[in-house]
Ligand binder design. Structure first.
Ligand SMILES: N[C@@H](CCC(=O)N[C@@H](CS)C(=O)NCC(=O)O)C(=O)O
Length: 226
């Protein structure tokens, strides 16, 4: 079955875009990626997107699917094989943990935007609790065993933030969480995950966070080589 021409309207640093790109790559879909400037959204994008958010999956240049979880499920349904478990309960559990992943991205936003040490420590603590919950449920080497699933595509961009921050500062968020640590490494080594961002992603993310003038901005700035 032909799924038509596929274009993914994107933003370089967006973790929701990354999960969609990872899914497109894992499912072998031919697609065009169009990055836009979110600070200056083009009129054609605003006309297509009711939320003004990326990713937007444009099919045959006319049907615009929005919301990354919906995009990933759609791509999974219209291509060979499935990156969701077959039985309804396991599928629902995956969807629950996908939602947990999206909420974790909000928590990461609070972490990198926190203005002072107190709010940063609080954000750090809340993130740590989330990773502890994950430690209890993941099977390994991927979320539910040997197969890479959509839920793995969701967490790869979550962990990528810390791979980047870790290159400059020491982060203890995963200390003692052996399964999460192994999962992070497994995801970071996956080709689709590597290919979901440009080569200058780390540099661009650090510059983005430094511009926030947050507590983390100062930590990164002071550890950055001159
Ligand atoms: N729930 C949405 C969230 C997408 C989202 O927040 N995208 C951000 C970039 S990472 C965005 O487009 N922000 C622009 C805006 O809110 O104006 C999804 O899963 O697709």
């Amino acid at each position: 079955m032909s799924i038509g021409t596929i274009e993914l309207v994107s933003f370089k640093l967006c973790p929701y875009v990354q999960r969609s790109v990872i899914t497109l790559l894992e499912k072998g879909v031919v697609f065009k990626r169009t990055d836009i400037d979110l600070a200056n959204k083009p009129g054609w994008f605003l006309a297509l997107s009711p939320t003004g958010k990326v990713p937007l999956l444009l099919i045959d240049n006319k049907d615009a699917i929005f919301e990354s979880a919906v995009i990933c499920e759609y791509l999974d349904e219209v291509t060979e094989g499935s990156l969701f478990p077959a039985d309804p309960k396991s599928r629902a559990l995956h969807r629950s943990w996908i939602e947990f992943g999206s909420q974790t991205l909000d928590a990461i936003g609070r972490y990198y935007s926190a203005q002072d040490k107190e709010s940063f420590s609080k954000a750090e603590e809340l993130l740590r609790r989330r990773f502890e919950r994950l430690e209890d449920v993941i099977v390994g080497p991927y979320f539910s065993g040997t197969n890479f699933m959509i839920v793995d595509a969701v967490y790869a961009p979550v962990f990528r933030y810390f791979d980047v921050f870790n290159s400059l500062i020491k982060i203890d968020l995963f200390k003692g969480l052996a399964k999460v640590e192994a999962w992070r490494r497994q995801l970071a080594a996956r080709q689709s995950v590597i290919d979901a961002v440009d080569a200058d992603f780390a540099e661009a993310l650090i510059a983005f966070v430094i511009r926030k003038q947050s507590y983390l901005s100062h930590l990164l700035q002071s550890s950055k080589p001159a």
